[in-house]
Design a protein around this ligand. Structure first.
Ligand SMILES: Nc1ncnc2c1ncn2[C@@H]1O[C@H](COP(=O)(O)OP(=O)(O)O)[C@@H](O)[C@H]1O
Ligand code: SF4
Ligand SMILES: [Mg+2]
Length: 376
């Protein structure tokens, strides 16, 4: 059993302008001791996914469908009493800007001790010792002295270390890190990531690392989900996402990060703006920004297609490729029977249409019976 199993999660904000479908049919699982990356541009639904798990959505936000199981226990509609035993104890979260989470009027020591006293059965003296131990663990020098200082006396990187210490003080099974390094400069970013990686190995917890930066993913994640407009467009092992991206959006993200290959070449940002979540199109939400969009992309959303056991993507390009490689069978006699070359011709003019796609199978799909868990 996975430590965390999210199935068909849907979260909306009910605003005066209408229902904002911020998270739309999101499914993933997280195994004990693994690091899962959630990647996507700003506004893609990463934080709302995390806040749904923690059930700390802003007033107008509601989970409207799906299931979130932690250790087999359903959290959706479990109620605040149950969530209080989970939040901060079994699942902790750290935010992008530690200043918003730290109280500027209390010392770091008092805040750390409060968290420990609230979430563990320790007494005051034990909480003090634990707080010092945690500061040492996250490489804060002279922890006893630092305990007496206020947040403003800490640098941004040091404050984030304190937040990590606070989140880890009760040894959670899952640490959700929501863009924990975004507000920091590059060198400090690297140090914090390294720290998280080593703590993860040492303590054996699972991490959900939320980021808009694929570079962060490369450094620390085992599995990755890529989100666009509230949905997962691609998911797989970090290696698969990096070396074999199969969604045009992920490919765009890859082209926009600096690598040794791109030295001396211009990085290509993804142009255009994300779709308005109040007016979701029928087709692929990335179509207006996709250089390779086809007619079918405007008409219909691609279903999730298994690329292999470790990888799935929702992009029509994979169906097109499968046609071109002869890996797709058309098994409905109502369809015009075409040889491979004429099928490829049809692709060029009108690309795989709705009717064909519903009645075709890629080899990878048909050979993966039983791996159907991933199929939706
Ligand atoms: N409090 C809110 N009220 C209304 N809509 C919201 C609210 N918070 C988030 N949203 C909507 O959800 C979308 C996803 O937000 P979020 O998960 O914070 O994105 P990100 O991927 O940057 O973390 C936003 O683009 C916005 O449309
Ligand atoms: S489904 Fe079509 S529009 Fe969407 S990313 Fe793939 S090719 Fe581009
Ligand atoms: Mg966010």
């Amino acid at each position: 059993m996975a430590l965390l199993e999210v199935k068909n999660l849907r979260t909306s904000f009910f605003t005066d302008a209408g229902e904002v479908k911020a998270v739309n049919d999101v499914s993933f699982s997280l195994e004990r001791g693994k690091v899962l990356g959630i990647v996507g541009e700003s506004g893609s639904g990463k934080s709302v996914t995390a806040y749904s798990i923690m059930q700390i959505l802003a007033g107008a936000g509601k989970i409207v469908g799906g299931s979130i199981k932690f250790n087999g226990q359903e959290l959706v509609n479990a109620g605040e009493k149950v969530m209080k035993t989970i939040r901060g104890n079994r699942i902790s979260i750290i935010f992008q800007d530690p200043m918003t989470s730290l109280n500027p009027t209390y010392t770091i020591g008092k805040q750390l001790m409060e968290a420990i006293l609230l979430h563990t059965p320790r007494n005051k003296k034990e909480a003090y010792d634990r707080a010092v131990e945690m500061l040492r663990l996250v490489n804060v020098n002279e922890p006893e002295k630092r305990m007496k200082q206020y947040p403003f006396e800490f640098s941004g990187g040091m404050r984030q270390r304190v937040m990590i210490a606070m989140a880890l003080a009760c040894e959670p099974d899952i640490l959700i890190a929501d863009e924990p390094t975004t507000a920091l400069d590059v060198t400090i970013q690297a140090q914090i990531l390294e720290l998280m990686g080593s703590l993860q190995k040492e303590l054996g917890m699972a991490i959900i690392m939320i980021t808009h930066d694929l570079g962060v993913v490369a450094q620390i994640c085992d599995e990755v989900i890529v989100m666009y407009a509230g949905s997962i467009c691609e998911q797989g092992t970090a290696d698969e996402i990096f070396y074999n991206p199969c969604h045009e959006y992920t490919k765009g993200l890859m082209r926009s990060i600096p690598t040794t290959d791109t030295k001396g070449r211009r990085l290509q940002p993804i142009t255009g703006t994300p779709i308005d979540l109040l007016n979701m199109p029928k087709g692929c939400p990335f179509a207006p920004r996709c250089d390779n969009a086809m007619k079918i992309c405007i008409r219909e959303r691609a279903e999730r297609i298994l690329i292999n056991d470790d990888h799935a993507a929702s992009c029509w390009m994979n169906v097109k490729k499968a046609y071109e490689n002869g890996e797709v069978t058309i098994d409905n006699t109502d369809l015009p029977q075409k040889d491979k070359s004429s099928a490829a011709d049809a692709e060029k003019t009108d690309q795989p249409d709705q009717k064909k796609s519903k009645q075709t199978k890629t080899k990878s799909d048909s050979t993966k019976k039983g791996g159907g868990d991933n199929d939706r």
